[in-house]
Write a protein that binds this ligand. Structure first.
Ligand code: FPP
Length: 248
């Protein structure tokens, strides 16, 4: 399977890949197990993909680990997911360090249970000086929330006289989002055969290429990531221009 990776064009590597990890529940059901079993096995996929992204020289990888809407799931599943996050952070931090991975998080982190927040902050701090892949976890994240927060901050700064309405453009707006300083993803992957964006990075995906696969997240591995990148590399990204203009 290493051959797929070797066929990738390093000149055309996306800088930022975002993934909607979907299908854990269905994977568990297929195996006759409780939903949490699917999430637990989803961690294997996360490990493999983080490793693969590092090997492929990807700079930023954003994983949609928990959405604002996920708080509405049964309490037992939410609690189990939070516990899994704490354990994963604990268990994976050494490996992340070894792989030179940096960690960051986007989302309404104030809503995360204190124990998760503390573990997360500790891990972010521990990996702060690493120079490899930037792994971004979207936690308690929703794009509409992120955009609304940005609008509130901009309005407040305008009311305080720090900002003039004429200064507001898409570059400035992007600086008020959680992803400030991170390039927009060139590639968005969603697993499990669903074709939705689910309130994820709505502003940032204006020109992103989408890749959908029927694989359920716990079955997804770095080879699947390489396949998605290979598919991306065959696309012509025109950004509203014509093919002719691109070859000029
Ligand atoms: C979506 O599948 C998946 C989630 C809501 C949780 C994702 C969490 C993990 C992969 C584990 C922990 C993550 C990290 C970063 C360590 P679903 O439950 O909606 O699946 P379904 O659509 O089949 O029900």
């Amino acid at each position: 399977m290493d051959s797929i990776k070797n066929k990738l064009d390093i000149q055309k590597m996306p800088e930022h890949i975002a993934i909607i990890m979907d299908g854990n529940g269905r994977w568990a059901e297929k195996h006759g197990k409780a939903r949490i079993f699917g999430h637990e096995n989803g961690v294997e996929a996360v490990r493999s993909v983080v490793e693969g992204a590092g090997e492929a020289g990807i700079k930023h990888l954003t994983l949609y680990a928990f959405s604002t809407e996920n708080w509405e799931r049964p309490k037992s599943e939410v609690d189990a997911l939070m516990e899994l996050l704490v354990h994963s952070i604990e268990n994976e931090s050494e490996l992340l360090m070894e792989k030179n991975v940096r960690l960051s998080a986007i989302g309404n982190l104030a809503k995360m249970p204190l124990g998760v927040k503390e573990k997360l902050d500790g891990c972010i701090e521990m990996l702060r000086k690493n120079t490899g892949l930037n792994l971004i976890l979207a936690l308690s994240y929703s794009s509409k929330w992120e955009i609304t927060e940005a609008v509130k901050r901009i309005v407040n700064e305008a009311l305080e006289g720090k900002l003039q309405p004429e200064m507001i453009n898409d570059t400035l707006f992007g600086q008020y989002l959680n992803t400030a300083g991170i390039p927009d993803p060139e590639l968005l992957i969603r697993t499990s055969g669903e074709y939705r964006i689910s309130n994820f990075l709505l502003w940032q995906i204006a020109y992103t290429e989408f890749y959908f696969t029927d694989k359920l997240w716990p079955d997804f591995r770095k080879e699947d990531l390489f396949e998605a990148i290979a598919d991306f590399q065959c696309r012509e990204r025109r950004f509203g221009k014509t093919s002719e203009q691109l070859s000029m």
